[in-house]
Design a protein around this ligand. Structure first.
Ligand code: PHE
Length: 441
């Protein structure tokens, strides 16, 4: 998971004007499936990205993401049943086209929050985008009367290019709510809310998050009990997936839609790997959506991260492979079978550098690298393995700024020839000259 919803980043670079946006430049509307959307100066979704919609890797039987999804759903069904029936409902087919209200406003994400930046999201227009997280559906499902549910699907974020990042990935989000009687069955004297909070008139109370341990409307007992249940439940999950010996740690976090919030990291191949974000749902979200007598916890985890670690899959692009050498390794397997991915064969990489002078009004700090990455991926497709910044340079006399990137090309299923890589590389050079007004060195 990238840190999109967590950190506050500087917005300055977002405002500069050379924004790569194929859709906005060449057509007044964007067509997705059979629906046409009016485009505007927010539009930055590309035809390449649109082509991933509907692939639903999390629902394809032989895909590792689908195996991880089923294992987690099974864990939930086992953990929470009432008279033999699961008490959770599962939504794995919600449309990834959402409004800014769903993705941000309903979740109390401030209007100036960096996670809304055009440089980080795929906007269809100023009101619609490809969801950047599954939490985008939380409010509507609460509003429809649900208390306990799971949401699974594809999410879209503009990001760097390397073996663990892809602009489309998959998340599983959960909400579990409880009423006073469910949370404290043997303690009728305990309550979810502080006596000063009137749950029938929540707007009369300013719910603050200045106390790091809890929201001001909640009692400490309710918050602590929810925290313990949430953490136990999640530790149980990673132990079911990775075995009882898995090393883990909790890290305090900040999300606009939960308080308090945490992240869970697991120790995997000598590194701490962040696998999920979670917390106690902000009471405003519950109150706005309907239920005014419950407290809820929520979490969101990235399926790719888990699948890559569980099955030792070295490159995130493999999830999209339709090659039988990949898929057969996950076919007709027991859900809990131990599978270790064996590379079918490793085809060689080809690395070509690209260096260019930036136009006068742009510096090495304001250059929008995510626009550049999208363009490289648009032209090169999935044979782009990595794009890394190699060098920055300011000419001592002319004061012109220059950047050099290495582009690593590798096909997952065959050897690329230098000639075909050179041709694609040349196409990328031509495209960046016209999109960003740069001069190739
Ligand atoms: N939506 C958050 C993300 O994508 C994860 C999250 C979900 C955190 C629910 C808290 C509660 O980073």
């Amino acid at each position: 998971m990238t840190k999109l919803f967590k950190i506050r980043r500087l917005l300055s670079s977002v405002l500069h004007k050379y924004n790569y946006s194929t859709a906005a430049k060449s057509m007044p509307t964007v067509k997705i499936n059979s629906t046409e959307f009016i485009s505007d100066d927010y539009t930055n979704v590309t035809p390449k990205i649109i082509s991933y919609l509907g692939r639903n890797l999390h629902l394809q039987n032989d895909n590792p993401l689908s195996i991880v999804r089923q294992r987690i759903v099974q864990y939930f069904y086992k953990s929470f049943t009432h008279r033999g029936k699961p008490t959770f409902s599962v939504y794995d087919n919600l449309s990834p086209i959402v409004s800014t209200k769903q993705n941000f406003d309903d979740l109390l994400i401030p209007v100036d929050h960096p996670s809304r930046a055009k440089s980080d999201c795929y906007y269809i227009n100023k009101d619609m985008l490809l969801r950047a997280h599954m939490t985008a559906h939380q409010s509507e499902l609460l509003r429809s009367g649900l208390n306990n549910f799971l949401m699974i699907g594809d999410v879209y974020r503009r990001d760097e290019i390397d073996s663990t990042h892809f602009p489309v990935f998959h998340q599983l989000d959960v909400v579990r709510s409880q009423r006073k009687e469910q949370l404290f069955p043997n303690h009728p004297d305990l309550d979810i809310f502080e006596p000063t909070f009137d749950k029938e008139r929540p707007h009369l109370f300013t719910n603050t998050i200045t106390d790091p341990t809890k929201q001001s409307c909640h009692t400490l007992e309710a918050t602590k009990l929810m925290e313990a249940q949430l953490k136990n439940h999640l530790i149980g999950l990673v132990q079911v997936l990775f075995g009882d010996d898995i090393k883990y740690r909790w890290v305090d976090a900040y999300f606009p839609f939960t308080h308090p919030s945490w992240e869970l990291e697991i120790y995997y191949e000598n590194n701490w790997l962040e696998v999920l974000g979670c917390g106690i749902v902000r009471n405003e979200i519950l109150a706005n959506a309907g239920p005014n007598n419950t407290i809820a916890y929520a979490f969101g985890l990235g399926l790719e991260r888990l699948a890559m670690a569980l099955y030792k899959i070295p490159d995130i692009r493999l999830m999209w492979s339709q090659d039988s050498g990949f898929l057969t390794q996950f076919q007709n397997k027991e859900l809990n079978a131990k599978i270790t991915y064996k590379p079918v064969s490793v085809y060689p990489q080809c690395t070509n550098d690209i260096s260019f002078w930036l136009p006068e009004n742009i510096t090495i700090d304001t250059f929008m690298s995510n626009d550049f990455y999208d363009l490289v991926r648009d032209i090169g497709g999935d044979i782009i393995e990595q794009v890394k910044l190699k060098d920055k340079f300011i000419h001592p006399k002319t004061k012109k700024h220059s950047l050099c990137f290495s582009i690593v090309y590798r096909h997952l299923e065959r050897t690329l020839t230098q000639a075909e890589v050179n041709k694609i590389h040349k196409d990328i050079e031509n495209a960046i000259v016209s999109a960003f007004n740069v001069v190739i060195r």
